[in-house]
Design a protein around this ligand. Sequence first.
Ligand SMILES: CC(C)(COP(=O)(O)OP(=O)(O)OC[C@H]1O[C@@H](n2cnc3c(N)ncnc32)[C@H](O)[C@@H]1OP(=O)(O)O)[C@@H](O)C(=O)NCCC(=O)NCCS
Length: 162
Amino acid sequence: MKIELRKTTVSDLDFVLAAESHPENCNYVYQWSYDEHVSSLSDNNLRHYVVESNNELLGYVILDQVNDRSGSINLRRLVVTKKNSGIGKQVLEQIKLIAFTELNAHRLWLDVFTDNLIAYNLYKKCGFREEGKLIDSYLRKDGYASQYIMAILKKEYTASQN
Ligand SMILES: CC(C)(COP(=O)(O)OP(=O)(O)OC[C@H]1O[C@@H](n2cnc3c(N)ncnc32)[C@H](O)[C@@H]1OP(=O)(O)O)[C@@H](O)C(=O)NCCC(=O)NCCS
């Protein structure tokens, strides 16, 4: 299944909010209100995309700090609603292309909960290195959770394309 990333519009937000709060996803991604998503759509420092295939919405992804003076762009959120079909991998390939070519990033980084093995494995497979671990950095409903910081540099991305 071939997917496309398209800039999110207000009419996509019912889908985005349902995906974000769905029990399969809500323990792994931060939760924004409708108003926070609406204002993010016009925030110059953010890029908010939906994942689409044949007019069907299959997920969303948010980049943050796109104007960072050090070119360190944050992959802030990723949710795929149709899981285990290789969509996450395709989204990350397209996000790396956007970050390193269109937005001229030097570094693309993210945080992932240490118990989110599916996402961790996916990021590793897509070239992200583990840079460090933040211990008990986030209070969830089930107690304190730890996060890995993972990143890929432009030169690593370029080498992987050759
Ligand atoms: C994480 C997520 C985006 C993955 O999306 P996906 O489209 O299902 O992933 P893909 O089908 O592209 O899988 C790619 C890789 O992920 C890993 N993976 C997928 N399912 C897995 C599983 N059940 N166990 C371990 N690793 C798994 C594998 O490395 C897989 O590669 P492979 O199929 O070549 O072995 C999706 O599961 C999701 O939205 N999860 C909830 C929200 C979330 O965790 N977001 C990330 C926050 S940092």
